[in-house]
Design a protein around this ligand. Structure first.
Ligand code: NAD
Length: 500
């Protein structure tokens, strides 16, 4: 381990200067083909990554199938659950390594990595291990035509081999959100982290190995999407299900690739989330909550707000207050305790976000704050930073109102009537999340179900209970995960009917 010197307080980053390998059939597997893992704080190389070839993906599928048919598939639920708790213990035992790796790959703040990403990564294993071991079954006593009875009961079987394709914004958290329930119900998995964030997935493979997860039950393949590990997995006839989090367009590509083999699919996709703020809301809480929902993780959370609708009588004050919050955000080294926002994930994503900043101006927006790149006068100027940005004045038809930017940006528009706010919020191809800020509970209950999304937060944002249904409508996803919904997706009930 070597110190990575991105900030004032260097942190030890595992595998710094080394190679992150694939993990197949219980062994770490190198590759001749490699790509660089880049730190978005200053554009420096952290380490090299072994890209999985089609042949390595084939081996991972074979190893996973053998695990399903072997020790892992035959293991009792209690034993499996205990092993997954050991995985959570292993993440916690190497907490600092995971934090350092996540920060180096993403540039996210120490606070966020320590308080959200890594603890949630461990919690996912504990929660789903416990849920799987206390899962209720279905049973019906049926009256038959001859006056007798039959007993129907369902047994839940794993799907088999599940490919988990994850994005870069919450790398460990979102990968384990799917790996944990898939493994808890007995599937063997092949994890494909984003090419931009390969490090914590590699540490997870080390933890799985040390925890004694049987060979083949967990596999890791590194690489990209098209013509690389992502596509090899989606097209593979030996895979029973693909669970994916990422862009809606990628979801479409995976759906097409998976179609010939008719795989089970679960998709958590993009969003263009709205916040509706009424004049009767607790003003300070609404400003604070909206600032969080727009700027957390540099706006790179699928649940982040990009469209803000504010009741006209408080509109000018709200715009001014959110501007103040945006300008007070500390954009700094991820390692500094007081940093609020780091860089975007990559230069490529920085260019995409900046192109929307320019487009907004071309479409006639007034830039309330931001709209450019912060300058530091040190090597962070080679990083992927952008300014937190607030826009006003765009028509609802503008591309910046319609398309997901996935950066620290929002547009604020006024509304006069409740129905108008609901109509504007719903006028989107996406439907992931929405927030409503009001002190009128009747109104909250009235509006929430009218919103065409998978999740509504009232007077809060990102308040998560892992047992609740999670997912989106329209372009934002297919299916639901979370709690029993995850267990249901990753297994199939088989009914057994006995004539008594
Ligand atoms: P992305 O779609 O570019 O990539 C996600 C993953 O898919 C990566 O591992 C990538 O290598 C892989 N991939 C890319 N093309 C592929 C292909 N053709 N076949 C198979 N795999 C392929 O997404 P991203 O840029 O990493 O993540 C940001 C997006 O994710 C945003 O749109 C965001 O809203 C969305 N997201 C959604 C949720 C949710 O829960 N709904 C959560 C987080 C992020």
């Amino acid at each position: 381990m070597t110190a990575i010197t991105t900030g004032k307080t260097p942190r030890k980053t595992p595998h710094f200067g080394g190679v992150l390998n694939n993990y197949v059939g219980g062994e770490f597997v190198a590759s001749d083909k490699r790509f660089a893992n880049i730190n978005p704080v200053d554009g420096s190389e952290i380490n090299q990554v072994a890209e999985a070839s089609a042949e390595v993906v084939d081996r991972a599928v074979e190893a996973a199938r053998a695990a399903v048919e072997g020790e892992w598939g035959k293991m009792s639920v209690a034993h499996r659950s205990a092993l997954l708790h050991k995985v959570a213990d292993g993440i916690e035992a190497r907490f600092d390594d995971f934090v350092a790796a996540e920060m180096a790959d993403t540039g996210k703040s120490l606070w966020q990595a320590e308080n959200i990403d890594i603890p949630r990564g461990a919690a996912n294993f504990r929660v789903f291990a416990d849920m799987a071991s206390s899962r209720a079954g279905e049973c019906f006593q049926t009256e038959t035509a001859d006056g007798q009875q039959a007993l129907n009961y369902a047994v839940n079987k794993p799907l088999g081999v599940v490919a988990v394709i994850a994005p870069w914004n919450l790398p460990l958290l979102l990968l384990t959100w799917k790996l944990a329930p898939a493994m808890a119900v007995g599937n063997a998995v092949i994890a494909k982290p984003s090419e931009d964030t390969p490090a914590t997935a590699t540490l997870l493979a080390e933890v799985m190995h040390e925890a004694g997860i049987p060979a083949g039950a967990f596999n890791l393949v590194h690489g990209f999407g098209p013509d690389s590990a992502g596509e090899f997995l989606s097209k593979h006839s030996g895979i029973d299900a693909v669970t994916f989090t990422g862009e809606s367009r990628t979801g479409g590509a995976i759906m097409r690739a998976a179609a010939d083999n008719v795989k089970a699919l679960s998709f958590e996709l993009g969003g263009k989330n709205a916040a509706i703020i009424f004049a009767d809301a607790d003003f300070d809480a609404a400003v604070e909550g909206t600032a969080k929902s727009v700027f957390t993780n540099g706006g790179q959370v699928c649940l982040c707000t990009e469209r803000v609708y504010v009741e006209r009588e408080i509109y000018p004050q709200f715009v001014a207050a959110l501007k103040q919050k945006a300008e007070a955000l500390r954009i700094d080294w991820p390692e500094d305790e007081s940093t609020d926002m780091g860089p975007l994930i990559s230069h490529e994503h920085q260019q995409k976000v900046l192109s929307y900043y320019q487009l907004a101006k071309d479409e006639g927006a007034t830039v309330v704050t931001g709209g450019g790149v912060p300058r530091f006068g040190d090597r962070r100027d080679d990083g992927a930073f952008v300014q937190p940005t607030i826009l006003i004045g765009l028509p609802e038809t503008a591309r910046c109102i319609k398309e997901e930017v996935f950066g620290p940006i929002c547009h604020i528009a006024p509304f006069d009537r409740e129905e108008e706010a609901v109509a504007m919020a719903n006028d989107s191809d996406y439907g992931l999340a929405a927030t409503v800020w009001t002190s009128n509970l009747s109104r909250a209950h009235r509006i929430a179900p009218q919103l065409e999304v998978g999740i509504v937060w009232v007077n809060s944002w990102y308040l998560r209970d892992l047992r609740t249904p999670f997912g989106g409508v329209k372009l934002s996803g297919v299916g639901r995960e979370g709690g029993v919904h995850s267990l249901n997706f990753y297994s199939e009930p088989m009914n057994i009917c006995i004539k008594l």
